[in-house]
Design a protein around this ligand. Structure first.
Ligand SMILES: Nc1ncnc2c1ncn2[C@@H]1O[C@H](COP(=O)(O)OP(=O)(O)OP(=O)(O)O)[C@@H](O)[C@H]1O
Length: 849
């Protein structure tokens, strides 16, 4: 079926009326002719209304050239006007002039034909309607309706009478309004209400304006004029100073506003009503007035456009198709943090001590001028020969030998002949040492990553590596590290710089007098030379009480301490436990901050904080690195055992991301000091000379440290290969000078305060009568005891997960508060409060008293 239908339509379209194709130039000519003709008609028609009486008799004398017509277009004008107006449609003949003009225009611009047909349809209908209407007045004014009007009117009157004709005309009018102007009754209703509202507002504003005008007149001050007044004064048409003009303008502009705002609220059908009301309102207002308010004029254009759209809906060509340019949405890159950074710059943590000066290089001594290596050629030659000969004795041929001179040792790299087993050379270590008659020979077989065998032979005259030389080294100065440490110089005499933040914790061991304390000072000095007081804080634990006391001077710059402690450098073992636990709290707090800031480590956190992306009101603050230095760890472990080991292990396991780094030194690297749990969490290790291979294994997991020569000769490992380094030497007076230099500068009001830690052990054993001195868990403990009706410390220990000391202290406090009875030997104490209500009462009474 569908196919048949489509076939039929196809056939239909095939046999449509043959198209009269006129070429474009002809169309233009013809169009122009029609337009000119229509103009001629218009002139003739207008002229006809004044000359028709004189010209009427001459019409029949058309060919007689002696008879002159009065019409502006003479005989032609008189004839066509007679035809169109007198014998035609009367005044409605103008419609034909218009229709001919638009036809010419359509041809001229080759525009849509459908719209033209539409125009002709409505044009002829309107002309007929008008002609019939004016037909009623044919006897008095025959020109109004023309002959056609008269005849049609007469014809209709015969059949339907005068009233019938009037009704028919009314029907025609409605037909026109509904179909052509697309008007509905709702339009009239809304138009009426709008009119009413506008009228009300008009009246209201008129009142106000009158008021303004009078007050203006009273004050006679030009400065008080409103913006609209200013605009009026600028406008060319206004007669300056005439208050009537001003006020009338103000009203009209004000009047526009409600109309326009209403416009947006109305539905499509309401458009015409609004426009009509608008036009009415602007009537009588000079056109320039509408130009004054740009907004208004824009809106005006829109509404005019809409009207055209409605009236010429089926006029495809005339339809104004406007593509609205969609503006790209603007991105708001200017968020608060960017704005803050723009306004105040990035947050500068060093601002509080902005005048802080880093210690100068001159504070450090040179130690052995030039610190150049003083090895002579003879010694080198001699050592080489001895090595080659010794190996030869054991039938080990050498293909190549190379020497690298370090500050304390010289490395001889040998490439043995093919087929020589490396283990054979390694086993000859002692023999080679004996032959060379030197202490501290270390054989590295093979040197990792080189494929050679290294024999380190101490220099006869070792040179001191001064702290000054390593601090001044470019490697250190340009090191882009979080916590750079210049340890000293390696075997190739290069400055050895490592990042403590990457280690992330360091374990140091070495027999007494081998350079541990100097090593610690070298680490601290490196950080003091590179880091601002705002960026790093030290927690110093010095059970020996003498090694680190020099740093007391920089307490308010660089040290961190517990809130209640007087001395920043911790020498008391119980305080060490509290400090370690406090650091654990600090660690937990920092993790919370990192979590809230949605960052993974302290570096990202501080960066975000500097960029002002973190709000200090949410508890965010710049986090300095915290370096915990424990000088004699063995001593701590011996006295505090697990209480120290546990927080140390916890910190070592977790603290790297939040910027807490541990440096632990010990002179007894035995397994009960450097336990498995400690070792597992300290991948970076430094070994100074130790007394036995076992100690070397404990600290480095391999021998070697026992063969060092002491005096700062050290081995460093970060989990893989060992690096032999000559530790930089910094003497106590130098450190003292640096501390003095820093300490003499403006400082923070106090040392950096660590979070408070309430230890399990109380400070005094006396009964705490003072309520404010009570344990934080006092109330909980009381509730536990009262509920269980059993006054025992072990109950508290179990329920509140407390240590024995703290539980005992709580019992004492409960006794003092009268909640439990006195100590009764092996029996549990008597509970003096019967229930929780009574307990609450007791506590409330205590508070009030
Ligand atoms: N890097 C070094 N360069 C030159 N000499 C050094 C170096 N390190 C240490 N020494 C020498 O060794 C001595 C002892 O050093 P240090 O005080 O550091 O030993 P220690 O291991 O801390 O001893 P203790 O454990 O008894 O305190 C220093 O006084 C110094 O003479």
């Amino acid at each position: 079926m569908a196919k048949e239908k489509s076939k039929k339509t196809a056939n239909k379209s095939k046999f449509t009326i043959p198209k009269l194709t006129v070429s474009r130039p002809y169309k233009i000519i013809f169009g122009a002719m029609l337009m000119l003709f229509s103009i001629a008609l218009l002139i003739s028609f207008i002229s006809f209304f004044f000359t028709w009486k004189q010209d009427q008799s001459e019409i029949f004398e058309f060919t007689n050239r002696n008879v002159e017509a009065q019409n502006l277009l003479r005989k032609f004008g008189a004839a066509v006007s007679h035809f169109f107006v007198y014998n035609g449609f009367g005044i409605a003949a103008f419609i034909f002039s218009y229709l001919i003009f638009v036809t010419g225009l359509a041809l001229f611009f080759s525009s849509n034909k459908k719209a033209l047909v539409n125009k002709w349809f409505w044009g002829v209908l309107s002309a007929s309607w008008l002609a019939i209407l004016f037909g009623f007045f044919a006897s008095k004014a025959p020109l109004l309706g023309g002959r056609i009007g008269y005849e049609m009117n007469d014809f209709l009157q015969v059949y339907i009478g005068k009233i019938g004709v009037i009704l028919l005309l009314l029907l025609g009018l409605i037909f026109y309004l509904v179909f052509k102007l697309k008007l509905t009754p709702e339009h009239f209703v809304s138009f009426y209400t709008k009119k009413k509202e506008a009228f009300k507002k008009h009246a209201h504003i008129e009142e106000d304006t009158d008021h303004i005008v009078t007050s203006e007149a009273e004050t006679n001050s030009a400065t008080k004029n409103s913006v609209i007044d200013d605009k009026i004064e600028d406008a060319p048409y206004t007669s300056k100073g005439t208050s009537t003009t001003k006020s009338s303008f103000e009203i009209s502009v004000e009047n526009l506003q409600p109309t326009i705002s209403n416009f947006s609220r109305l539905n499509k059908d309401d458009d015409i009503a609004i426009e009509n009301s608008f036009e009415e309102k602007t009537e009588g207002v000079p056109s320039s007035q509408t130009e004054l308010t740009t907004d208004t004029s824009t809106q005006l254009e829109v509404s005019t456009q809409e009207q055209e759209d409605t009236t010429d809906k089926d006029d495809d060509e005339a339809l104004n198709f406007e593509v609205k340019k969609v503006e790209e949405e603007k991105e708001v890159t200017d968020n608060l943090s960017n704005k803050l950074v723009k306004d105040f710059g990035e947050f500068d943590p060093t601002l509080e001590l902005s005048n802080y000066r880093f210690p100068v290089l001159d504070l450090l001594a040179e130690h052995g001028k030039g610190s150049g290596i003083t090895i002579n050629q003879e010694e080198l030659e001699e050592n080489k020969n001895t090595i080659v000969n010794t190996l030869k004795n054991y039938k080990i041929e050498i293909a190549q030998i190379k020497a690298t001179i370090g500050p304390t040792v010289t490395l001889y790299e040998i490439v043995p002949e093919a087929g020589i087993r490396i283990s054979k050379i390694k086993n000859l270590e002692d023999d080679i040492a004996l032959s060379l008659a030197a202490l501290g020979i270390r054989i590295i077989a093979p040197i990792p990553g080189k494929g050679t065998i290294g024999i380190e032979v101490p220099n006869k005259k070792p040179s001191i590596v001064s702290m000054r030389s390593v601090i001044a080294a470019q490697r250190f100065q340009k090191a882009e590290m979080e916590l750079p440490i210049a340890f000293g110089k390696n075997i190739s005499n290069e400055t050895f710089v490592v990042d403590l933040a990457k280690m992330p914790h360091l374990l140091m061991a070495g027999a007494t007098g081998q350079g541990k304390s100097v090593g610690l000072n070298a680490i601290l000095t490196s950080l003091l030379y590179k880091k601002h007081p705002a960026e790093v804080k030290f927690v110093l634990v010095d059970p020996k009480k003498v090694e680190l006391t020099i740093y007391n001077k920089i307490e308010r710059h660089y040290l961190a301490k517990l809130p209640d402690s007087e001395e920043a450098i911790i020498t008391d073992n119980t305080k060490v436990i509290n400090t370690l636990n406090s650091l654990c709290i600090e660690m937990d707090n920092r993790y919370e901050l990192l979590k809230n800031a949605m960052v993974r480590n302290i570096k990202e956190y501080n960066q975000k904080f500097k960029q002002r992306k973190l709000n200090p009101n949410d508890g965010h603050k710049f986090l300095p690195y915290i370096v915990l230095v424990v000088d004699e760890f063995a001593d701590l472990i011996m006295t505090a055992g697990k209480e120290v080991e546990t927080p140390i292990a916890r910190l070592a396991q977790l603290a790297r991301a939040i910027g807490i780094h541990l440096i632990i030194a010990t002179q007894r690297p035995s397994v009960n000091v450097i336990t498995g749990i400690i070792k597992a969490n300290f991948p970076a290790r430094v070994a100074f000379r130790v007394t036995s291979k076992i100690d070397s294994r404990t600290i480095l997991d391999s021998p070697g440290a026992d063969q060092l020569i002491g005096k700062g000769d050290m081995l460093y490992t970060q989990g893989n290969m060992l690096t032999r380094i000559q530790c930089a030497f910094v003497d106590t007076p130098e450190v003292d000078k640096i501390a003095e230099f820093i300490g003499s500068q403006k400082a923070y009001p106090d040392a950096h305060l660590l979070p408070e830690y309430v230890g399990e052990e109380g400070e005094g054993s006396a009964l705490d009568i003072n309520i404010s001195d009570r344990d934080k868990l006092f109330k909980d403990a009381a509730e536990v005891i009262v509920t269980a009706q059993q006054g025992s410390a072990s109950l508290l220990q179990r329920k509140l997960k407390l240590g024995y000391n703290r539980a005992g202290r709580l019992i004492d406090q409960l006794e003092a508060a009268g909640i439990v009875g006195p100590f009764e030997g092996s029996k549990a104490r008597q509970v003096l409060v019967t229930d929780l209500v009574a307990l609450q009462e007791l506590l409330d009474n205590e508070k009030n008293s």
